[in-house]
Design a protein around this ligand. Structure first.
Ligand code: SF4
Length: 312
């Protein structure tokens, strides 16, 4: 398996981004040259770069992209480090997925899957549903951001909505980010999200929650659509405060419980009632983990509570 280097003075690797962006541009040009022939692929199947997430992940998006496994953020509750997949997905080092020969190869595979292999147009269901980045690592790491940014740059130009969820903020100081900002389509098609738990002690490798809140406000002020993942809820008060503090600059909150933890139903119901009472009435999606426990209709808490189709 290819191990990705994590050190070096130019930690954000602008040159790598530019090289991968050139590959991405060439892939798009090639697919467009092929014209508007039908792809022949009726629907997306789980494939190497683009796949259909299952379970809790599917509540975020019906389509996701992933190039790497492993994550140095070392969140104590990390779902990748639990269960049967822990050995393959749960390491602390970022590694390129085994199915790719190189990061350039990953870009090529991604655009083949985006276009459906043989056609000259993006698969309609991806255009409709958009793509989530990513579930198998943090896409805002120095190791992962150059490739994800290269792919995002060319994907939004095709009119495909992209959701980018991270716990990192350093990428917003990079030249790569400045380059993304210069692409007009990013503000239309890229939604930027941060996970907020209020528990820095459980996320030792990530940017602090305070830094993430500052970053999401900055994205909002720049004109991006924003979202926050209030998942997992570990401490009810801190999760509530995260929503309260960010209500004016986060376009959608997705709120969910921690797997494998037993919650008190009354406590969860009170937490949701508190969210419903927020005067700003932010858009909130309650994940199945909450709905299944409290046994109430998702939309019954107020007009600002939405279903899974709602996109920021
Ligand atoms: S940021 Fe996500 S992938 Fe990385 S350790 Fe934390 S939960 Fe796992």
């Amino acid at each position: 398996m290819n191990k990705v280097a994590t050190t070096g003075a130019s930690v954000w690797k602008h040159a790598k981004y530019l090289a991968l962006r050139a590959v991405a541009k060439a892939c798009v040009a090639l697919h467009k040259l092929r014209g508007s022939r039908k792809s022949g692929l009726k629907s997306i199947r789980s494939s190497d770069a683009i796949y259909l997430p299952a379970g809790k992940a599917a509540e975020y998006s019906k389509v996701a992209a992933g190039f790497y496994v492993g994550c140095p953020n070392r969140c104590k509750y990390c779902y990748l480090k639990m269960g049967l997949t822990a050995g393959t997905l749960g390491g602390d080092c970022v590694k390129l997925k085994k199915c790719f020969k190189s990061e350039a190869d990953a870009v090529e595979v991604y655009f083949n899957e985006l276009f459906g292999g043989t056609g000259g147009t993006v698969r309609p269901e991806i255009l409709r549903k958009g793509i989530f980045i990513t579930f198998t690592t943090d896409p805002g790491l120095p190791e992962t951001f150059p490739l994800f940014a290269a792919v995002i740059a060319e994907t939004v130009k095709l009119g495909v909505p992209v959701q980018f969820l991270t716990k990192m903020t350093g990428w917003m100081e990079s030249d790569i980010w400045k380059d993304l900002l210069s692409i007009p389509e990013t503000k239309e098609y890229l939604a930027i999200g941060f996970t907020l738990t209020g528990r820095d002690d459980l996320e030792p490798g990530a940017s602090t929650n305070r830094e993430r809140i500052t970053a999401v406000k900055k994205c909002h002020d720049l004109g991006f659509k924003t979202f926050a993942s209030i998942e997992p809820v570990i401490d009810f008060e801190r999760s509530y405060l995260s929503v309260l503090w960010c209500s004016n600059f986060v376009d959608l909150f997705r709120v969910g419980l921690e797997s494998h933890r037993k919650y008190d139903k009354t406590e969860v119901l009170k937490f949701v009632d508190d969210l419903a009472a927020l005067p700003e009435k932010p858009w909130i999606y309650l994940k199945d983990s909450i709905i299944d426990l409290i046994g109430r209709e998702r939309l019954s808490f107020g007009d600002n509570f939405v279903d899974a189709c709602f996109r920021p």
